[in-house]
Design a protein around this ligand. Sequence first.
Ligand code: NAD
Length: 318
Amino acid sequence: MMEKNYKERILVTGGAGFIGSNYLNHFVPKNKSTLFINVDVLTYAGNLKNINVSKEANYVFEKVDIRDKGALQKVFRKYQPTGVIHFAAESHVDFSIKNPQIFLETNVIGTDNLLALSVKHKIKRFLLISTDEVYGALSQKDRSFEETDLLDPRSPYSASKAGAEYLARAYANTFGLDVVTTRSSNNYGPNQDKSKVIPLFISNLLKGKKVPLYGKGLQVRDWLYVEDNVRAINLVWRKGKSGEVYNVGGNYELSNYDLTCKLLSLLGLGEEMIDYVKDRPGHDFRYSLNTDKIMKLGWKPEIFFSQGIIRTLDFYKN
Ligand code: NAD
């Protein structure tokens, strides 16, 4: 089929990264009448080997930097997308502490380029993939974050993601763009770059190397299996209400110490493999999400951590 003969044409940014590739691998084969245009510049975190669907007729790849508006414009002209699902980002908090600039360029300016072209080309829906980190941090006794809570980002990464959210909101309000947003907790599963905690720890342990645990490992994160997240993203894409934000969490909170101990025990190793290192500056203590809103839309996490982590281990072993 000619590209423009597809009734629905979704421009997916960052499709070679962790969550984007899982989204494409899941939904390209299930939606043969939708064209998926993967726009990715392939940074250290993006790899075309993550994509199992590159031979499908309804999938195309364009190596484009979202910071380059002219190059993006050509993609919009060529494919005339009907919608945008925007995953692409600089996503590593530690890297944002070392070099905030590129986070602003990709996450804020890159998002602005996409929003402006989406208005210009009258796309029907823009889905922004955001993060629980925009809310700031909780203590152990605080209630979970709700979608209406004020944003209080505390790292250059989360500030750049909050900037993207505010811009998207401004485009919805000013230009009538249909925007929906998901804010998810920490994803885990196949295809994540080895600079992130779970793949890093697994690959170190498989090589007999110690794992670097920040501080005393007391920080708490909510863990969500990536396949559960991509189902949530698809639901919000299809059924989410215009202008709304949806939290997506696994309802499974673990301290980094407990997470490390789980990995050690699965690999039959002991706590002597932990190397306690100096804490991350400004390390947020806890994230936790209230997920009532997306559950009312018809989603719940289906993969227990005990299953998901085994699948993840198997992936990195192979
Ligand atoms: P990732 O770092 O694995 O992948 C990002 C992808 O974007 C890569 O393929 C990279 O090449 C591409 N990219 C980066 N800069 C680009 C640019 N300038 N132009 C074009 N492509 C570019 O990220 P991820 O973990 O898959 O996260 C996807 C989205 O989900 C991000 O927006 C992130 O903020 C958000 N998020 C991630 C998590 C998580 O746990 N991984 C949690 C909440 C939200």
